[in-house]
Design a protein around this ligand. Structure first.
Ligand SMILES: [Zn+2]
Ligand SMILES: [Zn+2]
Length: 396
């Protein structure tokens, strides 16, 4: 079989196939841990390429091990969609009501199949020694009842055993198409959810002095919570607590007996994460000073994603060699969260953002009009594969 020796040109020869896979996944989106059709299609495609595909890994994941020995470079693609009803009027529009690939995971899966195809076309003796492990991961967007997301399930099923380095890409619908953004060090935040109940006595709206009012307590507590970022955390460190829900009361003239609030806690690094939770306890304890009480429940989410500086450098170097120095956008760490963070805790890894912005309207992630420019796909596949080869050669 002949293939183009230039990695980007090689990837371009597969552009149509990557797009057709992406559109197929886009039309048939599946929520986290329900990626049955997607996983079947991935496994079938890998088999057709001559690779063995292990299915049912981490519930609905698929893993292929290409090559053998050390080192092992894992490349991860997440496969899940979101509970959103697509509003785009395109021929490959989602056929599942209220389910949509609105974060680009359809493209991640298709691009990784593109990498697999490139590997199948490059003769074994022209590949560096070692193993490339393709990790098609379920459920990145959510955690199941036991609090686990897809990355943790893959880790539980030993899919990352022996992995020395990891890589991943994420489509970015707000970044100019064909650009790459790469953070060195912390790239994305840890996130934990909190849920609290503030208890008072409640009572008649005309006689608040006969009891304690949890709404009045909440008013002080909200100020204290928003003050954590401002007064209790080192100002140069990224951190945020946002409140997402407040629920209480049933009638305008009744003071409720309790108020429920929930929110998200985000930061880079474990010290700040612990500090925020401790400060959140203190903020809620205001209720006790006011004659009430509280309960706080923390649901641990994802670890922060830490991009290993060496691997980030390799990816940047690979991208600029392929597409020129202009391909790189200045790095912008963000407080979004990614369960790839669990993988970067196990072995050094890095994730880059691949720009795929349409210029017509804002097509933000997790919106019903999310969409991505498919012409960016070959660059993503080429950078993933070439950087993986670089990592294999580096430790050979
Ligand atoms: Zn997402
Ligand atoms: Zn995502």
């Amino acid at each position: 079989m002949t293939y183009h020796p230039d990695r980007l040109e090689h990837a371009r020869t597969l552009a149509d196939r990557i797009v057709s896979w992406r559109r197929d996944f886009h039309m048939h989106p599946e929520l986290g841990f329900e990626e049955f059709r997607t996983a079947r299609k991935v496994a079938e495609t890998l088999n057709e390429l001559g690779f063995e595909a292990e299915t049912g890994v981490g519930k609905t994941g698929v893993v292929a091990r290409i090559g053998e020995g050390r080192p092992v470079v894992g490349i991860r693609a997440d496969m899940d969609a979101l509970p959103i009803n697509e509003e785009n009027d395109v021929e490959y529009r989602s056929q599942a009501p209220n389910v949509m690939h609105a974060c680009g995971h359809d493209a991640h899966t298709a691009i990784l199949l593109g990498v697999a195809t490139m590997l199948s076309e490059i003769p074994e003796n022209e590949r560096p020694p070692g193993e490339i492990r393709l990790l098609f991961q379920p459920c990145e967007e959510n955690q199941e009842d036991e609090g686990q997301s897809g990355a943790l399930r893959l880790i539980d099923d030993k899919a990352l055993e022996g992995v020395d380095y990891e890589q991943a890409l994420h489509m970015a619908s707000t970044l100019e198409s064909g650009k790459i953004e790469m953070c060195s060090g912390y790239a994305m935040a840890s996130h934990d959810a909190f849920h609290a109940v503030i208890h008072g006595d409640g009572g008649h709206g005309a006689a608040p002095h006969h009891g304690t009012d949890p709404v009045f307590m909440l008013a002080q507590i909200i100020n204290a919570i928003f003050g954590i970022r401002a007064r209790r955390i080192d100002p140069v460190l990224p951190a945020i607590i946002s409140i997402g829900t407040i629920h209480c009361g049933i009638a305008s003239n009744v003071i409720p007996a309790s108020v429920e609030i929930s929110g998200t806690i985000r930061s880079f690094g474990s010290d700040v994460r612990e500090r925020q939770i401790a400060e959140l306890e203190k903020a809620l304890a205001i209720s006790r000073a006011m004659g009430g009480d509280y309960e706080l429940e923390i649901r641990n989410g994802y670890d922060a994603t830490y991009n290993d500086p060496d691997i980030a450098g390799i990816i940047e170097g690979t991208a600029t060699k392929m597409a020129g120095a202009d391909v790189l956008n200045p790095p912008q760490p963000m407080l979004g969260a990614e369960d790839f963070g669990f993988m970067t805790r196990l072995a050094p890894g890095a994730m880059f953002q691949l720009g795929a912005k349409f210029d017509d309207i804002e097509r933000g992630h997790h919106t019903p009009v999310f969409n991505i420019d498919e012409s960016s796909f070959p660059l993503g596949a080429a950078v993933l594969l070439e950087s993986a080869f670089h990592l294999l050669r580096k430790s050979a």
